[in-house]
Design a binder for this molecule. Structure first.
Ligand code: CDP
Ligand code: MG
Length: 890
């Protein structure tokens, strides 16, 4: 591919590259931390008359902020050599008609918002417009961010193909993976990748244009990027290196960006691209929605395929596992190719009973007599500049392992499912983690004489437009990450979508001709959907985000121009946790309470915090990783963190059984699992690691056996969870290697069990990370009433909590434990429990301990999240318990 850089167009070299002077850094910081003051009056409301109307596609007026700034319209036109077919397909896209209007608006304004129906050509065409207009002809490239990895990869491939350029020029970068080169001029990436780049070079000097795509998704990183860019753009302007920001969105709710006076000084122009949309007839189900929506999808597709005229079918499901099982079922019902995409499933290796036995035997080590101690200051993983991992897995819609497996097995009579349709069905899966080559298949026309049927997660909702879809089958559900208000621990859950999403999904059927959308829920249920889904940032704990921002030296997080700010309590809670973890420097405890509180909300990051910020996991887990370089603990910590992230490692056998026979069977299986868990828990110090040792043991044993479905089935493990843990271990190992380049870690699936000493270190590492999840058993002499029998007292809750009966420490009742999470059923139960030696607490959790005189009357405060009154500082509890007088239980 020819490199189209025009030397005639001499632009000054960017001066303030990554390592700018202290002076510049200060300026950057001030710029971020001050609220955008212009056109905000004293009441904080926009002044009358400064609001700009939404601009349609006539003239694009200059934004007020841009006034008298030199227009940076590039002088050259860069020709692109497209094939006639591509050119023809492009001309059909609605956005082509708007090219001139769009380019004028971009030339005249530093910030432009483009709204357009999915499929109108925003993602594929706008970068090409910019390229042709010469935006990359001198130094500087075009960057496009996507909230989803699948979109970043697939769009870069598509644009390269359309422009007839190589992947060296039109490239992508997603976490741990990419094909960018020195020649790259158009770079697609996930939002997390760009956020990491801001950490290295605040001004993003190498970019001429940044396009934030899919802004309507309101992913947390997209929101933060928009906030950051609202400050970076004026800074670049000041330096005479103007940066263009283009925000692209599918749905119309852009007011959070355009009318937010904290964000931009003046409303940026909003360009509306009208897409041709054919009418879509929406069919609701009459019945109340079924739990078995996957089965319902199957029946619907069968019906459509047998009875309705040709046209592609797009099915929306919630996760990878469901997608695969529906694909399998459809392929079976409408056989097409023997081995189309079937080979996705895992190679089955032989399980080695002998090795398994060795593994168990080697665990029985003799007990260490002394308790060695980890060194808290030893987080000797030095951050290097290449760290470009991001956290986009967290925004992923379909992480396996958290999949809800619907038993599609053989329940239905396959007879009935056999097709009598003469047309073969060409079934393809589509989800985020699908290999790029397999993803690309959905864009190609199906083999002649077949009907295309794509079974997708909600990646197909707005990120990707599949050609030729006439029928949409919408299960009405989506898999989302939810956060536990008490513990902050997240889990994936399947919930109803929003009305906006349902309409987006329906819209996919009317791209090329009138279509039909089959909703597997009633219209009454639809009316109960929320209108839009809330921005991610308002729904989750923000400690990981705050850590990332602090790593950007944004100290006064509260002043950050969030498009939608998270609740102040969430910010305060995050800051408090990060201080306790040692990721932030604690403010001096002097001055008045008010000043102290203010100082607390603007703490700078500590060296440990910088190390933690480089790991793509939540701060509690990041701290564990940061401390694990000692005593070769890293592989174990990586495994524990992966297992804690995946959760639900074990099958659930406590479900109600259908028959006597099944009850016996379940009981047997459960007995076997409990027995295995006891073996996996080991002895001595290993056993004290508790449930975390069981996780380690289960993963180790499973990998020893070759990680087969058979082994998992026989031992009560969830096969999917095991595969997911393996994947996460690989990813985390890569992340650790990229941070600590000399560690030379590799994933050894069959790791040896930890030694006694290592297990002790691991317990301390876990304590250091989960410090705020410490609990102490209420002693007999402290019992106030019966409800506190065998109960534990935690820092966060006033109520008694208990060790979950499934825990291996259930009967042992150690005095101090840390837990992974608390679940509420009949009682409050701690899960993922590990025992702690009391003498470690003051050494490893100094922020939680006060050794002076106890406060007479600790000020109570109301916790809005839990609705409970709690002590002002958790340390009150620890101090009391550490000195071992009575625990406060009233
Ligand atoms: O971003 P927006 O939703 O506005 O549209 P787009 O993703 O740029 O898609 C424009 C068109 O390109 C659609 O009709 C897609 O089907 C098509 N496309 C394709 O054929 N192959 C791809 N790999 C990507 C897009
Ligand atoms: Mg798009």
């Amino acid at each position: 591919a020819n490199k189209r850089r025009h030397s005639s167009d001499s632009e000054p070299e960017p001066e303030g590259e990554s390592s700018g002077s202290e002076e510049e850094k200060k300026e950057e910081k001030q710029e971020i931390e001050k609220p955008s003051a212009s056109n905000v009056n004293s009441a904080g409301k926009p002044e009358e008359g400064t609001k700009k109307p939404v601009v349609s596609h006539q003239a694009a007026p200059a934004a007020p902020a841009a006034s008298s700034k030199p227009s940076c319209k590039p002088a050259v036109f860069v020709p692109v050599d497209r094939s006639p077919e591509i050119q023809e397909a492009r001309l059909k896209l609605p956005i082509l008609a708007e090219e001139q209007v769009i380019m004028e608006a971009i030339n005249e304004n530093p910030i432009v918002v483009i709204c357009g129906e999915t499929g109108s050509g925003k993602t594929t065409q706008v970068p090409q417009f910019l390229y042709e207009a010469g935006y990359t002809s001198s130094n500087g490239i075009i960057g496009i961010t996507e909230p989803r990895r699948v979109a970043a990869v697939s769009m870069s491939q598509r644009v390269a193909k359309e422009m007839n350029l190589s992947h060296r020029v039109v490239s992508y970068q997603i976490r741990y993976e990419g094909n960018t080169t020195d020649e790259t001029q158009i770079k697609f990436m996930t939002d997390g990748v760009l956020l990491k780049e801001v950490q290295k070079d605040f001004l993003l000097s190498k970019y001429k244009v940044i396009i934030i795509d899919e802004a309507h998704e309101r992913s947390m990183y997209t929101d933060i990027l928009i906030g950051l860019l609202s400050r970076i753009v004026p800074l670049r302007e000041k330096k005479g290196l103007p940066l263009k920001l283009i925000i692209m969105s599918a749905t119309l709710r852009v007011e959070d960006f355009t009318e937010n006076t904290r964000l931009f000084a003046g409303t940026p122009p909003v360009l509306q691209v009208d897409a041709r949309q054919f009418p879509v007839t929406v069919h609701f189900n009459k019945k109340t929605p079924l739990d078995d929506y996957s089965g319902e999808c199957f029946r619907k597709v069968c019906k459509i395929h047998r009875m309705l005229p040709s046209g592609g079918i797009l099915v929306f499901l919630t996760g990878q596992a469901e997608v695969h099982s529906l694909c399998r079922r459809l392929r079976k019902a409408f056989p097409f190719q023997k081995n189309s995409t079937a080979g996705d499933d895992d190679d089955e290796r032989k399980e080695s009973v002998e090795e398994m036995r060795k593994f168990k035997k080697s665990r029985r080590r003799k007990k260490a007599t002394t308790l060695p101690r980890i060194n808290l200051d030893n987080y000797a993983v030095v951050p290097v500049d290449e760290g470009d991992e991001d956290r986009d897995a967290e925004t992923d819609d379909d992480i396996a392992g958290s999949d809800v497996d619907l038993d599609l097995g053989d329940g239905d009579s396959e007879e009935e499912e056999k097709s009598d349709s003469s047309l073969p069905l060409y079934v393809l899966p589509l989800y985020s983690l699908l290999a790029p080559e397999k993803q690309a298949k959905v864009f190609r026309p199906p083999p002649p004489g077949t009907r295309l049927c794509v079974v997708a997660t909600n990646v197909a909702e707005t990120s990707l437009t599949i050609p030729g879809i006439k029928y949409v089958v919408d299960c009405g559900k989506v898999k989302k990450r939810f956060y536990d208000k008490i513990t902050g621990v997240s889990s994936f859950r399947v919930t109803w979508i929003s009305q906006a999403s349902a309409n987006q999904r329906a819209g996919r059927a009317g791209r090329t001709e009138p279509g039909h959308c089959y909703r597997l829920y009633s219209s009454a249920v639809f009316m109960d959907f929320e209108k839009f889904s809330a921005p991610e940032i308002t729904k989750r704990p923000v400690e990981d985000l705050i850590l990332q921002m602090k790593a950007l030296n944004i100290e006064k997080v509260i002043n950050f121009p969030f498009p939608t700010p998270p609740p102040t309590e969430a910010l305060a809670a995050a800051e408090e946790l990060l201080i306790a973890l040692g990721a932030l420097k604690e403010p001096p405890m002097t001055g008045r309470l008010k000043e102290q509180q203010a100082a607390k909300l603007s703490c700078p990051i500590s060296p440990l915090g910088r190390v933690m910020a480089t790991f793509p996991v939540a701060p509690r887990y990041a701290k564990m990783l940061a401390l694990s370089r000692q005593h070769d603990c890293l592989p174990y910590t990586i495994t524990i963190v992966s297992a804690m992230t995946v959760r639900e490692l074990f099958e659930e056998f406590d479900r109600p059984a259908a028959s006597e026979e099944e009850t016996v069977k379940l009981k047997g299986k459960k007995g076997r699992l409990v027995q295995m868990q006891r073996i996996w828990a080991g002895q001595g110090s290993l056993q004290k690691l508790g449930d975390l040792m069981v996780m380690l043991g289960a993963v180790g044993a499973c990998e020893y056996s070759g990680c087969t479905p058979k082994f998992c089935e026989e031992n009560g493990l969830r096969y999917k969870a095991m595969l997911e843990i393996r994947r996460l271990r690989g990813q985390l190992t890569t992340a650790v290697n990229s941070v600590c380049t000399d560690a030379g870690l590799y994933v050894d699936p069959k790791m040896k069990p930890p030694t006694e000493a290592q297990a002790t270190y691991l317990r301390q590492i876990v304590l250091a990370g989960l410090g705020d999840h410490l609990a102490r058993r209420v002693q007999a002499e402290e019992l106030l009433d019966d409800k506190w029998k065998n109960a534990y007292k935690t820092a966060l809750l006033d109520d008694p909590v208990f060790i979950h009966p499934s825990s291996v420490l259930f009967k042992q009742l150690p005095e101090f434990v840390v837990y992974q999470e608390i679940v509420e059923t009949t009682k409050l139960y701690m899960k993922g429990v590990s025992a702690v030696e009391p003498e470690w607490i003051p050494a490893l959790l100094p922020p939680y301990c006060h050794f002076g005189k106890p406060l007479e009357n600790p000020p109570p405060s109301y916790c809005p999240e839990t609705g409970r009154i709690r002590c002002h500082r958790p340390s009150v509890f620890y101090r009391v318990s550490w000195q071992l007088p009575a625990v406060e239980v009233d």
